[in-house]
Write a protein that binds this ligand. Structure first.
Ligand SMILES: [Zn+2]
Length: 411
């Protein structure tokens, strides 16, 4: 195969991906706006329903502009040789191959955050604000981004440097050592991520004393779950949307309830949501998802080890020197069909886990069929959720089952 054909394949994949995504977005938008689903009336009055469809539609139009711009930039960069240009530019200033790769990836990430910034601002301060969801100040928004950038530089930087170092020094073992490095890193962040990083962005506090704490304590005791692994987080600093999640494992397990959830729901409803989260822990969902993603990383590195050294990858993007950073960029462009399939598998498993966690709540907390149903209903109507997403869109993008499916299984 020649470099030209490979480049043509990359461009075709980018365009195909874009068309597929656009089609799904379009179908989903229509599905939200023109549904004949009778159960909608159980959720929204006419006025609220209007509001929810116009919220969905606004997010859809925003997404079209965002993804169109990004596909134009990507295709331009590929066909006009912008990646090779940046590579050459960095080579004028740096000689060390490791620093060239790090510099290239850093500059590309910086450019992408700058391009994305106006979209993030518009989404948060125009769309989310218009529907009354946004609580973030410009100051918090910007500090979040700066903290995120510093964190990825401080943690992702050394990891990336280690991977590139191994690639350059031990090319034959790169795939295995690289996988081991990424595994070790993701194990650490899986175990300690929430504990270490979440407090940098949010305040976490124990559940306040009172009726709610008594009820939660009673339930946790019945399940052997320690109250010290349960926090209330100030989600209201950023959004009115309610949420809860489970993370970590063993001694590092953590359940986080948003303060917005506590504000909106009754004590038995909150406890039913908590029971669902404990279900994720008891059924070892985070652990199995972690192992699955580790297996996928293994396959990814095996492929990388096989392909990354091939100079045709760099050649296809017009680079004069074969390098880690250009090779990996080309690789991920070619990898997109596989990552679509892996995403379908991950999402299907994740949706199945949600049903299982709901079932756990039903089995362990009295009357949770009613309480969990009311809780989910309240959470989705308050966030103007799309009640009738398109089934294909669900397969590709949903980590949680559509609300109507979930409620059907709860009754
Ligand atoms: Zn869940």
């Amino acid at each position: 195969m020649t470099a030209e054909i490979l480049l043509a394949i990359m461009v075709a994949l980018v365009l195909l991906n874009f068309m597929l995504d656009s089609m799904l977005d379009y179908l989903n938008d229509r599905s939200a706006r023109f549904s004949k689903e009778p159960r909608i009336a159980e959720f929204y009055d006419q006025n609220e329903y209007q509001k929810s469809t116009s919220y969905s539609h606004e997010k859809y139009r925003f997404g079209v502009i965002d993804s169109t711009l990004s596909v134009i930039i990507t295709v331009a960069a590929l066909t006009l040789g912008w990646f090779a240009f940046l590579d050459d530019l960095i080579r004028d200033y740096l000689a060390n191959e490791l620093f060239i790769s790090l510099g290239f990836i850093a500059i590309l990430s910086l450019i992408s955050s700058i391009v994305n910034l106006p979209f993030g601002l518009y989404f948060t301060f125009k769309i989310e604000a218009k529907y009354g969801f946004n609580k973030t100040t410009l100051r918090t928004f910007m500090t979040d981004r700066v903290k995120g950038a510093v964190l990825s530089l401080a943690i992702g930087g050394p990891l990336l440097a280690a991977i590139i170092f191994v690639y350059q020094q031990f090319p034959d073992w790169f795939w295995l050592i690289g996988w081991a490095l990424v595994s070790a890193f993701s194990l650490l962040s899986f175990m300690f991520g929430t504990k270490l990083f979440l407090p940098l962005f949010n305040k976490l506090q124990p559940v306040p004393d009172g009726e709610l704490r008594d009820e939660i304590e009673r339930y946790c005791k019945s399940q052997g779950y320690a109250m010290s692994k349960l926090y209330v987080m100030d989600g209201s600093r950023r959004s009115t949307k309610a949420n809860a999640f489970f993370s970590g494992m063993g001694r590092t397990k953590t359940i986080v309830l948003f303060d917005t959830l506590i504000e909106k729901l009754t004590t038995p409803q909150i406890t039913a949501v908590l029971a669902h989260e404990i279900g994720h822990y008891k059924r070892k969902h985070t652990l199995t998802m972690f192992l699955l993603s580790n297996l996928q990383t293994f396959a990814l590195f095996a492929l990388l080890g096989w392909l990354l050294g091939n100079p045709i990858l760099s050649e296809a993007l017009g680079a004069s020197v074969s390098s880690f950073h250009i090779g990996i960029l080309a690789f991920f462009l070619l990898f997109s069909p596989i990552s679509l399939i892996l995403g379908l598998i991950d999402n299907a498993l994740s949706r199945r886990n949600e049903f299982e966690a709901d079932k756990f709540a039903l089995d362990t907390y009295p009357n949770s069929s009613e309480h969990l149903r009311d809780a989910l209903k309240k959470i989705s109507t308050d966030s103007l959720a799309n009640l009738t997403p398109h089934p294909w869109y669900v397969k590709v993008h949903y980590t949680h089952p559509p609300i109507l499916q979930r409620l059907a299984k709860l009754s």
